[in-house]
Every structure is written in structure tokens, then in C-alpha cells.
Design a binder for this molecule. Structure first.
Ligand SMILES: NC(=O)c1ccc[n+]([C@@H]2O[C@H](COP(=O)([O-])OP(=O)(O)OC[C@H]3O[C@@H](n4cnc5c(N)ncnc54)[C@H](OP(=O)(O)O)[C@@H]3O)[C@@H](O)[C@H]2O)c1
Length: 408
């Protein structure tokens, strides 16, 4: 017999209201919202005022509340809420990828210490049920890679800029109006948000807790009209891809934009849709596609976690507890295409191996293999745009001078 859960909700913005809606539209989930804690006193709320409080303790210290649902946009405050909730014997559901990525090991330890569950499917690729699949379905499969489009708002922006020739600013504004963008949009466009999701995915895929600051992220903010023209002329599109691989005893992971051939699985993942490609030694390649952002899609993932708590579900972090976790490394090479105005200090000698390039209309294009560190360095230079070369072989890897080569 499923229990009826009493929920204390933090945050009533895009996702909080989405959860409220989907909870009231479905009849199968035995849960009801008792209180909602918000920040601002003077905002007009779409539901009865009696639901709301501004005092976290009205939820955290209410013995009747079984589950704290944390849906606020402040990672620092969110961690305090999650920690106190666990200390007070409550289960937690959260969609806060920044908070999770920054504190994942600690949150794992707190779950063990207080024997309570923290579920966070909505934090990774919105409505796509990837974490529970990684935990349960792929338990015995040897996963070799996980990669894909992990950020709905940048995918929306890239789609509008590429297909409808909207300006970057116009497309970002539309993504914000539709509720896909983070409150701080630099988290999306600079590739931090997909990096946070990748951090969480790496823990559930490979059993490794990596600090997000150790994962390289390159965003879409430097992609220029010249890059878009290059893509159109070569039957390519551009996607922001998060990826992690297990190769020769190491785990590698990074986020960067990539030229994607028109016939590649990721090419037709458009707008706010996300896609996750999982490759296993036995199951081989599988793809999950779904809405990665937005009020109802994310609300439905949060609801699914609440539903899972009615039958006492918890993540077992099996790949971590199995104890054969591999080290995380950035010591890898990738193929890139770098574009920059004439006079910028990049030459063919800066590549590990140089493949070619051309010059025209005050711009230069160079293609070749560089280290991940060099990719990161160039991505921080003014006027330089660095994009991974089209995918030729998703899993291929060769040993070069004791360093891994990821074939991008
Ligand atoms: N939007 C998406 O598509 C999406 C998808 C996946 C995950 N997420 C994650 O879900 C979370 C919420 O995102 P959102 O888009 O719903 O944000 P949002 O629309 O900006 O809403 C944030 C809510 O949090 C409340 N809040 C902020 N600080 C608070 C505090 N210290 N105590 C209590 N309430 C506080 C705000 O209160 P007021 O109403 O008083 O301002 C507001 O109701 C974030 O972690 C985000 O990364 C979002």
C-alpha cells in the first residue's frame, strides 16, 4: 500500500508552479502540498495565500511534512535547506543541478548518515528519466560513454539562430520568456549548466564524484556569424555537447560546442529538447530524447521522484559503492576548428597535429588536434571561437604518447 506523502515546497517559480499543476492533474500520486516557502513578500501568487510562508522553519520543523521539495534558484540557500531537511528526518526532491554538482559527495554522505533519500531526476535533462535508468537499467552494463545535449535553453538559442537566423539576443530573450533559461543566463550560455548536469551524470554512470571546477566547459557565446556560415556551407549544424568517456582506465568529461553532421542523431534534436546517448559494452548505443527544460516537463520529473518516494525508492549509487571507480582526467586531445580575426596570435604550431586551414575576409580558420587545456585557454580569448570538429567516430580512442586521444 502506497503512503500519502505531505510535501513542503520551496520555490513557486517556473518549476514549482509546473509541479503544482502536474500534481493536481494526475491522480495516481499519493501526495499533497502542505506549505510553500517563497522569497518575495509582495509578488502576486496564482493560488490561495494560505499556502505560502516566508519562514523556512514552517516546513523544515513541521513534523507532519515527510518530503521537502526544493525548487529555488539559489544554490547556496538550497544546500542549507537540503541539509537541514535531511538532519530533520525528511526526504528531499530537488531539481537544483548547481547545488547538487557542487555538493554531490556531501549529499551522498548525508543520505547515508540520516538514512533518508535525495532524488533529483529533474536536475539532469528535465523530463528525460536518465538517472533512474543509469541507476537501475544499466546497473550491470559496462557503460563506456554518455554524451548529448544537456541544456534546453542553449539548444533553443542555437536552433533559432541557425534555422531562423534570429539574433543571439532575440533568441535568448525568447528562451527566458518561455522559462527555459536559468535566472542567471550565463550559467546556460557559458556551458556551466550542462557541466553541472554532466557532473551528476558522471557520478551515476561511472561512480566518480568530480568537482565541477575540474570539468572544462566552453559555451556558445563566442559562436560567430562566420561559424554559422561555415556550418551551413558544409551541411553541419552546431550543438553544445556534454560528454564523458571511460577510456583505458580513466574517465574524461567536458562540455563544448561541436559541428554536427546533418545526418547525426543529435542534429535533429531541436529547440528545448535534450538528448542523451548512452553507449554500453553490451547494449551498445541508446538514445533518450525529451524536453530538457520548461515548467511542466521539469515538474513531471519532480513528480516522478515524489511518486518514487511513496514506495521508498532511493538511489543506491551502485557504481560508486562497487568500489572500482576510475580517476577523472583532463589529459586528453580533441580535434577542433578555431576561427579568429587576422592578427590573433594562433598559428599552426600551436596544434598537437595540424590538419589545415584557410584565410578570407579578415578571418582565419585552422583545424587540428589540441589538448583539452588548450581548448579551454583559447575559449577564454577575446574574438576567438573554438568548436569541436564534426563527429567521425564517437568512441574511437588511440594512445598517443601516454595521453588519450578522443576522436571527436
Ligand atoms: N526552469 C527550468 O526549465 C528548469 C529545468 C530543470 C531544473 N531547473 C531548476 O529548478 C530550480 C528552480 O528553477 P525555476 O526556473 O523554477 O526558478 P524561478 O522561476 O526563478 O523560481 C525560483 C523560485 O524560488 C524562490 N526562491 C528563491 N530563493 C528562495 C529562498 N531563499 N527561499 C525560498 N524561496 C526562494 C522564488 O521566490 P519568489 O517567487 O518569491 O521570487 C521563486 O518562487 C533551479 O534550481 C533550476 O536550476 C529549472
Amino acid at each position: 500500500m502506497k503512503k500519502k506523502l505531505k510535501l513542503g515546497l520551496f520555490g513557486f517559480g517556473c518549476v514549482g508552479q509546473g509541479l503544482y499543476h502536474v500534481l493536481h492533474e494526475t491522480h495516481g500520486v499519493k501526495a499533497e502540498i502542505k506549505k510553500i516557502c517563497v522569497k518575495s513578500h509582495d509578488k502576486k501568487r496564482p493560488i490561495d495565500a494560505s499556502f505560502f510562508t516566508w519562514n523556512p522553519s514552517d516546513i523544515l520543523n513541521d513534523p507532519e511534512i515527510d518530503v521537502v521539495v526544493e525548487l529555488i534558484d539559489d544554490a547556496h540557500a538550497a544546500f542549507k535547506i537540503v541539509k537541514t531537511a535531511l538532519e530533520n528526518g525528511k526526504h528531499v526532491v530537488t531539481a537544483n543541478k548547481k547545488m547538487l554538482a557542487e555538493h554531490l559527495q556531501e549529499i551522498y554522505d548525508l543520505q547515508q548518515k540520516y538514512d533518508r533519500s535525495v532524488l533529483y531526476e529533474g536536475a539532469v535533462c528535465g523530463s528525460i528519466p536518465i538517472l533512474r535508468n543509469l541507476e537501475e537499467y544499466y546497473d550491470n552494463d559496462m557503460i563506456t560513454s554518455i554524451e548529448g545535449i544537456f541544456n534546453g535553453s542553449t539548444n533553443y538559442i542555437l536552433t533559432k539562430v541557425f534555422e531562423e537566423r534570429q539574433s543571439y539576443i532575440e533568441a535568448l530573450k525568447a528562451a527566458q520568456d518561455l522559462g527555459f533559461a536559468e535566472s542567471d543566463p550565463s550559467l546556460d550560455v557559458e556551458g556551466y549548466d550542462p557541466k553541472f548536469k554532466l557532473t551528476i551524470a558522471i557520478a551515476h554512470t561511472f561512480g566518480v564524484f568530480v568537482k565541477p571546477e575540474n570539468i572544462i566547459n566552453v559555451g556558445i557565446q563566442k559562436i560567430s556569424a562566420v561559424d554559422l556560415k561555415y556550418a551551413r556551407e558544409n551541411n553541419l549544424t552546431i550543438k553544445l555537447v556534454a560528454r564523458a568517456y571511460k577510456i583505458n582506465g580513466n574517465i574524461y568529461g567536458f562540455v563544448a560546442p561541436q559541428f554536427i553532421p546533418a545526418d547525426h542523431m543529435l542534429a535533429n534534436v531541436r529547440n528545448e529538447y535534450n538528448a542523451v546517448l548512452v553507449e554500453g559494452a553490451f547494449a551498445e548505443k541508446q538514445v533518450f530524447i525529451g524536453k530538457g527544460a520548461g515548467s511542466y516537463p521539469t515538474g513531471s520529473a519532480v513528480l516522478s521522484d515524489i511518486s518514487a518516494l511513496t514506495f521508498d525508492y532511493r538511489y543506491e549509487y551502485k557504481k560508486f559503492t562497487q568500489g572500482d571507480a576510475l580517476p577523472f582526467s583532463n589529459n586528453a586531445f580533441v580535434d577542433v576548428i578555431v576561427s579568429f580575426p587576422d592578427g590573433t596570435l594562433i598559428s599552426n604550431r600551436d596544434f598537437e597535429s595540424f590538419k589545415g586551414g584557410y584565410q578570407g575576409k579578415g578571418y582565419q580558420y585552422l583545424q587540428g588536434t589540441v589538448s583539452l587545456e588548450r581548448l579551454k585557454e583559447w575559449s577564454q580569448w577575446d574574438d576567438v571561437s573554438v568548436i569541436l570538429a564534426p563527429i567521425l567516430n564517437l568512441t574511437g580512442a588511440n594512445q598517443i604518447q601516454n595521453t588519450e586521444r578522443l576522436s571527436a
